[in-house]
Design a protein around this ligand. Structure first.
Ligand SMILES: Nc1ncnc2c1ncn2[C@@H]1O[C@H](COP(=O)(O)OP(=O)(O)OP(=O)(O)O)[C@@H](O)[C@H]1O
Length: 587
C-alpha cells in the first residue's frame, strides 16, 4: 500500500503540453507550486466533493481568481483517474459558457486549478426567486445547451450537470452569462457511440440509463431537462424520501404534470418532455434542443454591431506579423471573461449554429452577408488563425479583436512578452523563439525553425537590430504600422539608420530607442542624435564630411561609427541606410 501511494505521488497529473493551443508558450500549464505566483486567501468560495474552492490573488497583478486544490497524496486509483480526466478535459475547453481555466499548477504534492472568479450559482439565484419566468429560463437553457453542444461535438461528456454547477460571471455585462464549472466526472469519449458504464453524477439529475450502467453523452440532456423543469416548476421532477425511491421514480415513474406545470406554454412543456424521455433514442440531442421552437422563438436577433471595427481588427490580425498573432493569442488566453467584455457576444454572433467554434463556411456567411467582404479575403482571414482543426476556437478568435484593449492589460502584455523572452534578457531574439517553442512543443504543437523565427523577428524589428524589445513588441501588438525592414540583400539599395547603445560589457549592441518611447523629451533626443549624425562631428572621420560616403575597398558604402556631442555620449552608428525610425511612433 505504502509503495502504491509513493508511486501515485510521483505520477504527473498535469500534462506537459497545452492541449488547447498550438502556441506552446501560453503559460497555462505550470509545473511549480502555486504559492510562487498567487496568495491563497482564507475565503472559501464554495465546497464540494473535492474540498474547498478558495479565493486567491496574483502576487503581481492582484487579479482575483478561484482556486481548486487537490492533494495527490494517497489517492485511490479511481480518484486519480478522475482527477487526471478533470484536468485533461478542463484544459481543452474554450467556450464563453464555460468558466475559464487560466492555469493548471502542479507541485510535488498538489495540483491547483486556477479559474476565473465567478459570482453566484444558478442554484442560489433560483433559491432567491423560487422560479424563473419562461423568458429567463429560455435564456438560461440556450446558454446551457451552447456549452453542452460544444462539449458533445468534441466528444466530451460532462456527467454531473446540475444547478450548482452553473455560475454567473462577475462583471456588469457578464452578470447574466452562465458558466459551467466542475469537470470532476467528465470524460473524453473515444467516439460518438462509446458506451459508458460508470455510475456517477448527482442522483436527482441522473438519467435512467446511467442508473442502468449503459449510457452515452445523451445522459447530459436528461440532466438539462431536470434543470429546466426545476427552473420553471420550482421543484425536482423525480422525488422520493430515500435515494432508492428517487432512483425508482427516475426509472419507472412519469414526472408530475401538476402545479406550475399546467401554466407553462405548450412549447415549454414540449421542450422538457423531449428532454426527459426515458427512451434515449427519442430524447433530443443538444443541437436539436437548440433548434426547438421554445428557444428559437426567443432567440435574440444578432447584434448589429458586427461592424467595421470588427472587420478592421480581423484584417489587421490577418495581415499582421506572426509574432503579433501568437502574442495576442497568448494574451487572450490569460484574460478572464470580465476582461473580454463584449467580445464574447461578437463571437456568439459569428457562431450562428451554436457549435462553439467558427468554420470557414460560417465565417463566409457572416462576413459576406453582414460586412460585404469577398470570399477570397474571408479565406485569408480564416487561414491566418493557423488553426489545427478546420475551425476557429473561441479564444484565438477574440484575440484578433483585442488590439484596442492592449493598453488595459499592461501587466499581462508584459507577461506575454516575457513568455517569448525565454532567457529573460529583456528582448526577444530568433534563438529565444526557437528555444521557447521547441522546448515545449511536442507532437501536434507548433515547432519553429530558425528561419521562421528570423522571419517573425524581421516582421516587427523596426530598428533593424535583430531583436525585439518591449517597446517594439507593444507597438506591434497595438497594430502600429511600423515600416518593415528590407531584407538584408536589399540593404545596400535601401539605406537605414541604426542607433546603438555603447555596449561596455562587450555584449550584443542593443537599440536604445526603447527608453525614448512616446515622450516629447524622447523625440527630441532622437532628433538630436539624428542631427549629430547628419553633422558628422567625429573628428576622426574626415572622409564622411560634406555628404561624401565612406566606402570600403570594393567601393561599397560602409558603416561609420562615431561619438555624438558631449551631451549625447551614446555611440551612434550610421549604416548606408535611410532613417527607418517611424516618426508617428515617437509623436
Ligand atoms: N470559478 C469559481 N468561482 C467562484 N466560485 C466557484 C468557482 N468554482 C467553484 N466555485 C464554488 O465552489 C463550489 C465547489 O466547486 P466544484 O463544484 O468545482 O467542486 P467539486 O468538489 O467538484 O464539487 P462537487 O461536489 O459538486 O463535485 C461550487 O459549487 C461553487 O460554489
Amino acid at each position: 500500500m505504502g509503495n502504491r501511494s509513493a508511486k501515485h505521488l510521483c505520477e504527473s497529473i498535469v500534462p506537459d503540453q497545452d492541449p488547447l493551443t498550438s502556441i506552446p508558450l501560453s503559460g497555462r500549464i505550470v509545473h511549480a507550486d502555486i504559492t510562487r505566483d498567487f496568495d491563497i486567501k482564507p475565503t472559501v468560495l464554495g465546497t464540494g466533493y473535492s474540498g474547498a474552492v478558495r479565493l486567491a490573488e496574483h502576487k503581481l497583478t492582484k487579479q482575483q481568481v478561484a482556486v481548486k486544490q487537490f492533494s495527490k497524496h494517497g489517492l485511490k486509483p479511481h480518484r486519480l483517474k478522475l482527477l487526471k480526466s478533470e484536468v485533461e478535459v478542463y484544459l481543452r475547453l474554450d467556450h464563453p459558457n464555460i468558466c475559464r481555466l487560466l492555469h493548471a499548477y502542479e507541485g510535488s504534492r498538489d495540483v491547483w486549478l486556477v479559474m476565473e472568479l465567478c459570482q453566484c450559482e444558478l442554484y442560489t439565484r433560483l433559491c432567491r426567486s423560487k422560479v424563473y419566468c419562461e423568458e429567463n429560463a429560455a435564456d438560461v437553457m440556450r446558454q446551457v445547451l451552447q456549452a453542452i453542444n460544444y462539449l458533445h461535438l468534441h466528444n466530451i461528456v460532462h456527467r454531473d450537470l446540475k444547478l450548482e454547477n452553473w455560475m454567473y460571471g462577475t462583471s456588469s455585462t457578464d452578470k447574466d452569462r452562465l458558466k459551467l464549472i466542475d469537470f470532476g466526472f467528465s470524460e473524453i469519449m473515444a467516439s460518438d457511440d462509446t458506451v459508458l458504464q460508470m455510475p456517477c453524477g448527482t442522483l436527482h439529475y441522473t438519467s435512467p440509463e446511467v442508473l442502468s450502467r449503459s449510457y452515452s453523452s445523451k445522459c447530459d440532456l436528461w440532466s438539462v431537462g431536470v434543470i429546466c423543469y426545476m427552473l420553471l416548476v420550482g421543484r425536482p421532477p423525480f422525488r422520493g424520501a430515500t435515494n432508492s425511491k428517487i432512483a425508482h421514480a427516475i426509472m419507472n415513474v412519469e414526472f408530475p404534470r401538476d402545479g406550475r406545470w399546467q401554466y407553462l406554454s405548450l412549447d415549454a412543456q414540449d421542450f422538457i418532455e423531449r428532454l426527459l424521455k426515458k427512451d434515449v433514442a427519442e430524447r433530443m440531442n443538444a443541437s436539436e434542443a437548440l433548434e426547438h421552437p421554445w428557444l428559437k422563438a426567443r432567440k435574440t436577433t444578432p447584434s448589429l454591431d458586427i461592424g467595421t471595427d470588427v472587420l478592421k481588427s480581423l484584417r489587421t490580425f490577418a495581415q499582421g506579423s506572426h509574432l503579433r498573432r501568437a502574442a495576442l493569442t497568448i494574451l487572450a488566453y490569460s484574460l478572464t471573461s470580465a476582461e473580454l467584455e463584449g467580445l464574447e457576444e461578437t463571437f456568439l454572433d459569428f457562431d450562428s449554429s451554436g457549435r462553439g467554434t467558427i468554420s470557414l463556411e460560417q465565417l463566409k456567411e457572416t462576413m459576406q452577408s453582414r460586412l460585404r467582404v469577398s470570399s477570397e479575403e474571408v479565406g485569408r482571414i480564416f487561414h491566418s488563425f493557423d488553426s489545427q482543426s478546420e475551425e476557429i476556437q473561441y479564444t484565438p478568435f477574440v484575440a484578433a479583436l483585442l488590439e484596442t484593449r492592449i493598453g488595459h492589460h499592461e501587466s499581462k502584455v508584459r507577461a506575454a512578452f516575457e513568455a517569448f523572452d525565454v532567457e529573460g534578457k529583456g528582448y526577444i531574439t530568433a534563438d529565444s523563439l526557437v528555444h521557447g517553442f521547441n522546448r515545449l512543443s511536442k507532437g501536434t504543437q507548433k515547432s519553429l525553425s530558425k528561419e521562421e523565427a528570423e522571419h517573425w523577428i524581421r516582421e516587427v524589428d523596426f530598428k533593424g537590430n535583430g531583436v525585439v524589445n518591449y517597446t517594439s513588441f507593444l507597438a506591434a501588438l497595438m497594430g502600429k504600422s511600423l515600416r518593415g525592414l528590407p531584407s538584408t540583400e536589399d540593404l545596400a539599395d535601401h539605406p537605414t539608420l541604426r542607433i546603438f547603445d555603447d555596449s561596455p560589457d562587450g555584449g550584443r549592441p542593443r537599440g536604445f530607442t526603447e527608453s525614448f518611447a512616446s515622450t516629447t523629451a524622447s523625440t527630441n533626443t532622437v532628433r538630436q542624435l539624428l542631427n549629430d549624425v547628419a553633422a558628422d562631428t567625429d573628428s576622426d572621420s574626415k572622409e564622411g564630411k560634406d555628404g561624401r560616403d565612406v566606402r570600403d575597398k570594393d567601393g561599397r558604402v560602409r558603416s561609420r561609427s562615431f561619438t555624438g556631442s558631449v551631451e549625447c555620449a551614446e555611440r551612434v552608428q550610421i549604416r548606408n541606410m535611410a532613417c527607418e525610425v517611424d516618426e508617428r511612433y515617437f509623436a
